[in-house]
Design a protein around this ligand. Sequence first.
Ligand code: ZN
Ligand code: ZN
Length: 382
Amino acid sequence: MTQPCGRTQPYPFPTETPVTNHPHAERLKALQAALASQQLDALLVTNLTNIRYLCGFDGSYGVLIVDRSGAFFITDGRYAEVAEHLVTCAKIDIQPLARTDEWYREFFRQRGYDRLGFEGSMSVDAFENLKGQVRPARSKLARTGGIVEQLREIKDPGEIKIIAKAAKTADRMMEAACEHLKPGVTELDLSRLIRRSSEEFGGEGESFANIVAGGPNGSRPHHHPGRRRLRAGDAVTIDLGAVVEGYCSDMTRNPVVGRVSRRFEEIYAVCLEAQEAALKAVRPGTPCQEVDAIAREIIASRGFGDFFNHGLGHGVGLQIHEGPRLNKTSTAVLKPGHVVTVEPGIYIPGVAGVRIEDLVVVTEGKPRILSRATKSLTILPT
Ligand code: ZN
Ligand code: ZN
């Protein structure tokens, strides 16, 4: 039931949720099954990324309550039209901000949940408020961790299609960056060019602030692009990604300006060997820890073990970093539908760094590598 903004008599509350074959309906069903297995009557979803995943709403204020019988989306008048347009699998209720406390108290009282889950990412202020709202209903509050995030790890074919588009945009951004790579250009110049190109090539912007690290700056995995001018012989670590329809991409390459040093050639070859070996292991049933170990062992066996100081990769989706993690401590096992990065690196302080990163989909068979930009050592003329 949808209420026009400011209407003061919204009760009684809706009791059914529209049922469709929409992906959001499938996701809500999966969440309801998860709630049942955790003995929760309902989950209060406040994380906006999770809300977008479950019901499509992409505004900055809204709450989704999913219980065993349906889903209810509550926002305020600013988003009435957007919610009507995007949210098809939950009942929408528009409430002025000034009376949301009263609305929630009455809603929880009528629904009578015994155990209401809330997300651990909720702020302390919001939690204190929630305690007051559920008091009349005598509901027990249960802190949950990652229920929706876990569902988000497995992408459906529609999501994979969108991520593939985001990866294609990243390929084109890298191409544009390489075209402008020459001595005298600063890291900041390139960084700005990459940022602009994310929109020119069909993205909604960057999925994270790009990294452009020239020459010795390459040894800092998360270097902030600065005023240093590129010189002949510099290898440049470029880590970039785009957002398409809310989904992210992520890729790193290391083009070289002019003549390449022996030292760099050596670390690049080791990193590439490690990356390709790990990519081959991206198959269903492989523990994420094992994929990490494959790359790490190759790098260590060549004497660079101390210079690979981060995890091998991470899941990518509505957020740039999500599950599953590919690192030494990960307990996750790869499943079809996971979309992860494989990005080993070797960072030698004061000398140079290299990181090679691809975005890859776990399928029933061979891994599907979405990043297409060349990985042969790209040497650009000075
Ligand atoms: Zn990256
Ligand atoms: Zn990454």
